[in-house]
Design a protein around this ligand. Structure first.
Ligand SMILES: [Zn+2]
Length: 327
């Protein structure tokens, strides 16, 4: 996997490649940024580049190391991921054992620890000991959504690599190049994913993101009809599928945002749900601005309350009644 094939992240890529060119690669890096931004993808490409026999500043894709790396079968590369919800002490002990040996074939061994914040306390303390006295010819690549969820002593031993959101055009191009849906779907997903290629990719899977979007628009129809018993039943359904709620609220928010923007500007270029423009025209006619602003506030409030683990069912019921104009 070549770094040149990873979309976005120009600056972080340049920093990593410069370190490589100048022979001052750190023994540990921490890739951080939002879920789906491409932390593991970039870390994998960097790992491949570090291991490649031929590459100058990027993996060559052709040497025997690169070919085995791409198939997930290169013995000097180790991927450590959560087992269940956590990275466990046993996994880090295993890492410690293998790190004591010389690289099998490449000039270094590379350990990619994905979602490092899921390490148990014991696992984190064990990794800290390893990072305090790193074995020779060993490079650690950690990824996390939020460095504050890691031990500060681990963070301070890693070079930070901050990843920001990727442009809509680049994501759209990626989806088109990989034939993920038709061109219209690619445009839509690129706008909906909010700069997160991983999210666009997941939404392109049948029955995933666009499935959630269908749920959102079904919900919106119920809100429009102000059918209270239907809305209460829907809240019950959501309680059984709590995991999808952050995504449902996010998309609902974008829909209300679109209605408000359309009402104020009638500018198609500013709309995210471009495929729903006809519905947008009709609906924003009969909505007044204060209702739309209030609804956006109510959705944002529900999002925050869910994060704080307040009574889930109650939050959703109240939100629906409010959107339907009944509370
Ligand atoms: Zn190579």
């Amino acid at each position: 996997m070549r770094m040149a094939n990873v979309i976005g992240h120009k600056q972080p890529k340049r920093i990593l490649q410069n370190a490589l060119a100048e022979g001052r690669v750190a023994h540990a890096y921490l890739f951080h940024g939002p879920e789906g931004v491409g932390k593991t993808t970039l870390a994998m490409a960097f790992a491949n580049t570090l291991l490649c026999r031929e590459g100058t500043g990027d993996a060559c894709s052709g040497c025997s190391i690169c070919r085995r790396f791409d198939k997930g079968r290169f013995p000097d590369f180790f991927l450590i991921e959560p087992q269940g919800n956590n990275i466990k002490i046993e996994q880090v002990r295993e890492l410690q054992k293998t790190a004591a040996f010389k690289p099998y074939e490449a000039s270094a061994k590379v350990y990619l620890i994905s979602r490092a914040e899921t390490m148990t306390r014991d696992a984190a303390n064990c990794l800290l000991k390893i990072l305090e006295d790193p074995p020779r010819d060993t490079i650690f690549l950690l990824t996390t959504v939020n460095p504050y969820n890691l031990l500060p002593t681990i963070v301070s031993r890693c070079q930070p690599v901050a990843l920001g959101r990727v442009s809509q055009q680049e994501i759209e191009q990626l989806l088109r190049d990989c034939h993920r849906g038709d061109p219209d779907t690619a445009t839509l997903l690129a706008t909906l994913c909010n700069g997160l290629p991983g999210k666009a990719w997941a939404m392109a899977e049948p029955d995933k993101g666009l499935g959630t979007r269908e749920i959102v628009f079904q919900l919106y129809e119920k809100v429009k009809k102000a059918n209270i018993s239907e809305l209460i039943k829907q809240a019950e359904e959501f309680e059984k599928n709590k995991d999808i709620m952050p995504e449902v609220l996010e998309q609902l928010l974008l829909w209300y945002r679109d209605q408000l923007i359309w009402k104020e500007t009638s500018d198609k270029g500013l709309i995210i749900n471009v495929d729903k423009i006809e519905e947008l025209k009709t609906d924003s006619e009969f909505r007044d601005k204060s209702y739309l602003i209030k609804s956006i506030r109510n959705i944002l409030e529900a999002k925050m309350q869910i994060n704080r683990n307040v009574n889930f069912r109650l939050i959703i019921e109240v939100l629906m009644l409010r959107l339907a104009g009944c509370a």
